[in-house]
Design a protein around this ligand. Structure first.
Ligand SMILES: *Cc1c(COP(=O)(O)O)cnc(C)c1O
Length: 404
């Protein structure tokens, strides 16, 4: 086919740059996380996953699994329609009430994924609010960028985590603009955390709406898992909090939480909410169970923090360079796409350690990295094995060590 030649030539360019994506073929086994099976060249073996976004292992928590299985047996698999046409199940409304409570908001609205919630909400706000201008942090996630693009309103990009630059950019906007400040709490590639209080100060000074993506924080920060805004006591100052059910909550879906009027507005106008099949009730029930569990249980969060600190200390002892940040994400910088891929392959082949190389366009060229996410179920032995493996590869590949 002539078209295949077009496809293949672009894929070849990716391969030449070292940026072609190879997916690891895995089977997760309930109760074994972070252990999983890896299928490769007709063989299957057990490996340890070091880059899962099921940060706390909730996707295999017995109560969460039971909620999904029993709801599927009671209600069947699919929701049977869009939310508008027969798809709204009681489980969706329970989940939305649970989320509103989690964030101390009047209401919440659930979407198919976090990606869709960002895309649909920002595009609807930007397109429909009068004279909207979206002010977007320079390192915002692709789902926010695509939503903003689709809004076709004015937009301004402010320097990453820089409230002074945001202030300067807001000052230049006309008085009649509806200003929307879009940012994240935990940035997942560098693991740094936004100064939410200062950003809210600036936004309030200019009468701007704040939109905060807490995807990498919900379930994991704050006494009830409400995210960094909960931990810092700032939830009521953020206009809209967005999150996912697919990472720490271990299921699938995305949401926004905020005022009843705002949720009703997005429910009524967002194409990405309206014209798609509602989440299966079994998934909604599992997500509700997971949120409820993490509202009252701190064991998983505390153990995760211990293992994150332990891995950092062990990397320091071996001089393996990693980014310092206040979150649970440990980026080990390789700064070369081919070496990054090679290290990842060696770790998998020789040590049974799975960490996906993070290359362009997920991160800027020259900042390629291995991104480790220790969880409560990684053992001390797992950490020792990982650090020994990295240390031997650092030697083998003559990579630079950090001075202690
Ligand atoms: C993963 C991610 C999303 C998308 O969430 P999904 O539920 O996986 O679609 C949104 N924002 C950020 C910052 C993310 O990392």
């Amino acid at each position: 086919m002539p078209f295949d030649k077009m496809f293949e030539s672009q894929l070849q360019a990716l391969k030449d740059e070292g940026n072609y994506r190879y997916f690891a073929d895995l089977t997760r086994r309930c109760g074994q996380h972070p252990r999983a099976l890896n299928h490769h060249d007709g063989e299957t073996r057990e490996i340890t996953v070091w880059c899962s976004n099921d940060y706390l292992g909730m996707g295999q928590h017995p109560d969460v699994v039971e909620a999904m299985a029993s709801t599927a047996r009671e209600c069947g698999t699919g929701a049977g329609g869009t939310r508008n046409i027969s798809g709204t199940q009681h489980q969706h409304l329970e989940l939305e009430a649970e989320l509103a409570d989690l964030h101390g908001k009047e209401a919440a609205l659930v979407f198919s994924s976090g990606y869709v919630s960002n895309w649909a909400t920002l595009s609807t706000l930007g397109a429909r609010l009068p004279n909207a201008v979206i002010l977007s942090d320079a390192l915002n996630h692709a789902s926010m960028i695509e939503g903003i693009r689709h809004a076709r309103c004015d937009k301004t990009i402010w320097k990453h985590n820089d409230p002074a630059d945001l202030d300067a950019k807001l000052s230049r906007l006309p008085a009649n603009a509806t200003k929307i400040v879009a940012f994240e709490s935990v940035y997942s590639m560098d693991g740094d955390i936004a100064p939410i209080d200062e950003i809210c100060d600036v936004a309030e000074k200019h009468g701007a709406l704040t939109y905060l993506d807490e995807v990498h924080a919900v379930g994991m920060y704050g006494p009830r898992g409400g995210g960094v805004a909960e931990e810092m006591g700032l939830m009521d100052r953020v206009t809209i909090i967005e999150g996912t059910l697919g990472k720490a909550y271990g299921t699938m879906g995305g949401y926004i939480a905020g005022s009843a009027a705002m949720c009703d507005f997005v429910r009524s106008f967002a194409s990405g909410f309206i014209f798609t099949t509602a989440l299966p009730p079994a998934i909604a029930a599992a997500a509700t169970t997971s949120i409820r569990h993490l509202k009252v249980s701190d064991i998983e969060r505390a153990q995760q923090r211990r293992q994150v600190a332990r891995l950092r200390a062990r990397l320091d002892a071996e001089g393996i360079p990693h980014e310092r940040n206040p979150s649970h994400i440990i980026p080990v910088m390789v700064k070369d796409p081919v070496k990054c891929r090679m290290l990842s392959d060696y770790l998998m082949d020789q040590f049974g350690i799975y960490v996906q190389p993070i290359n362009y366009p997920t991160v800027p060229k020259g900042t390629e990295r291995l991104r480790f996410t220790p969880g409560p179920r990684h053992t001390v032995d797992d950490i020792d094995h990982l650090v020994r493996a990295l240390s031997s590869l650092w030697k083998q590949c003559a990579l630079a060590r950090a001075s202690a």
